[in-house]
Write a protein that binds this ligand. Structure first.
Ligand code: PPS
Length: 292
């Protein structure tokens, strides 16, 4: 079953969410002016975006930590390619924080030329797929497909938002050695969030006290974020998300794919993905007990 073009459109070999951006806007991003102080968080969808958005926001927006700042995460770390609140990004004060799902090839030139900083977060693709499947029920902007196998085939063919996971991660991991890119894994964040926060602070040149780091780690835990309306997207309008069908922060675990995929589906997935995954310069963890 092919995806419906009511929900996605294809531009420059990539799928984008219908009604939330335009081909002209995507093209204009190539020349989007980058400042040295800009920080971009890039992910394939469902790989830990909101989590890292919140961590960045906690590191930069001191006020948020003690609850004095009542501002949506989406306004603190807005989407580059989905400017749904029509904000003039040029007028945003520095340092600007952005989130994006763009493949490396569609990035603004300035970022490719080494201006600004990029944090790329990757996650085990089976958990990404399962998260995407469940999220397509909650999101009003994704096509809801009951049959997991249909979504899985689309994912394996790259017919989902973010396109082919292998292309996205391959394209980005080829840039791993660039000094303006920090590569992180969802799984390493899950296993040792404090070390991941320290790594991010170090990369961004932010010096936080031990207590401030503890605060960031605490506020970015799954439990705290699930209950924090400034960090869990519950303030987004009902034409974007339908919370009667689930929540944005669903389970937040490693290895949940085992609860959804059958043995046959797992074998099918491996038959398409395994060879190219083995060549990636990163090791994925398939179970909470795996070492990274
Ligand atoms: S999106 O739509 O692309 O922006 O989604 P994204 O934020 O990338 O991914 C959502 C998944 O990340 C999980 N999540 C977390 N896991 C652990 N800890 C924290 N704090 C956290 N915050 C978000 C979220 O639960 C989604 O994963 P699943 O597997 O569906 O639970």
């Amino acid at each position: 079953m092919e995806p419906s073009d009511k929900y996605m459109f294809k531009h420059r070999e990539c799928y984008f969410v219908q009604d939330m951006t335009t081909p002209e806007y995507i093209d204009s991003l190539e020349n989007f002016e980058i400042r040295d102080s800009d920080v971009f968080l890039v992910t394939f969808p469902k790989s830990g975006t909101i989590w890292t958005q919140n961590i960045l926001s906690l590191i930069y927006h001191e006020g948020h930590r003690n609850g004095t700042e009542d501002m949506d995460l989406l306004d603190r770390v807005p989407w580059l390619e989905y400017n749904i609140r029509n904000v003039d990004y040029v007028k945003r004060p520095s340092p600007r924080l952005f989130a994006s799902h763009l493949p490396y090839c569609l990035l603004p030139k300035g970022l490719k030329n080494g201006r600004g900083k990029i944090i790329y977060v990757a996650r085990n693709p089976k958990d990404v797929l399962v998260s995407y499947y469940h999220f397509s029920k909650v999101s009003q902007k994704l096509e809801e497909v009951e049959d997991f196998e249909v979504i899985m085939e689309r994912f394996l063919a790259g017919k989902v938002i973010g396109n082919l996971w292998l292309d996205h991660v391959e394209g980005w991991s080829a840039q791993m050695d660039n000094t303006n890119i920090l590569f992180l894994m969802y799984e390493e964040m899950k296993k040792d969030l404090r070390s991941a926060v320290l790594k991010i602070c170090n990369f961004l040149g932010k010096r936080l006290s031990e207590e401030e780091i503890d605060d960031v780690v605490d506020m970015a835990s799954f439990g705290k974020m699930s209950a924090d309306r400034r960090a869990n997207y519950t303030t987004l309008s009902s034409d974007l998300l339908d919370f009667s069908k689930g929540s944005f922060l669903r389970k937040g675990t490693i290895g949940d794919w085992k609860n959804t995929m059958t043995v046959a589906q797992n074998e099918r997935f491996d038959s398409v993905f395994r060879k190219r995954m083995e060549k990636l310069p990163i090791k994925f963890c398939w179970d909470i007990n795996d070492k990274l």
